[in-house]
Write a protein that binds this ligand. Structure first.
Ligand SMILES: *Cc1c(COP(=O)(O)O)cnc(C)c1O
Length: 217
């Protein structure tokens, strides 16, 4: 099915409070343009250099989200334009993003990635590591990043109860932190296989790739 059609089908399933990141990693610019022409403006990539090339070539009103693991030495390639970094999982990374944002005289919105899956293959912090960052004096000194919420990936499993529990845990952590972090407003959870559950559990932002653009190679 065409990208435009897929996008329209998905949008019917999303409540107005949930924003959609169209995950276009590995997909050609033509496919992104098709989604763009159907009204989509937020795209997610997991490789910084691939995202930077697409940013150069494609319409400038696209908002680019970095959803993958970030290597500190590559932040410079996206610091001038990235609109949200989903995968912040250390103080060191946060400081590096702050530094590059400052060079570009801007503030970069970030999400803390929390490890919620049973598998240990996925990136992210546990709640103690996250609290250590938020409580640190260095954190308060960072003026060019803005932490706006949390991101998490559930286990890749058929067990829906497990997925639900993982999302529910992230939502409770989000609510807990919101009380002290006034800028927290985004809870990024849900991919093609589990976004229905994520929305039921309080997601405000879903990251969908294959159900819009088809399977990746
Ligand atoms: C690839 C990716 C997605 C999208 O996955 P689909 O299953 O294709 O929807 C979402 N989030 C992250 C972090 C990803 O790397």
């Amino acid at each position: 099915m065409a990208v435009k059609q897929q996008l329209q089908n998905i949008k019917k399933k999303l409540p107005p409070s949930v924003s959609l990141v169209a995950v276009s990693k590995t997909k050609p610019e033509a496919a992104i343009l098709e989604a763009y022409e159907a009204g989509q403006r937020i795209f997610g990539e997991n490789k910084i250099q691939e995202m930077a090339l697409k940013w150069e070539h494609l319409p400038k009103d696209i908002q680019w989200h970095m959803i993958g693991h970030v290597q500190t030495n590559k932040i410079k390639y996206m610091a001038s334009f990235v609109s949200l970094v989903h995968g912040v999982d250390s103080m060191k990374l946060l400081q590096a993003i702050d530094k590059e944002a400052k060079k570009n005289q801007r503030t970069i919105p970030c999400l803390f990635q929390v490890h919620i899956a049973g598998e240990d293959t996925k990136f992210g912090m546990d709640d103690t590591e996250l609290l250590d960052i938020i409580d640190a004096v260095e954190y308060k000194k960072l003026k060019n990043i803005k932490a706006v919420g949390l991101m998490g990936m559930a286990s890749n499993t058929e067990n829906k109860d497990q997925i639900r529990d993982e999302f529910r845990y992230l939502k409770s952590l989000f609510e807990h932190l919101k009380a002290r972090e006034p800028n927290f407003e985004i809870l990024s959870m849900g991919m093609s296989g589990d976004f229905g559950i994520a929305i039921e559990e309080g997601s405000t932002m879903v990251r969908l790739g294959s159900c819009i653009f088809g399977e990746r190679n």
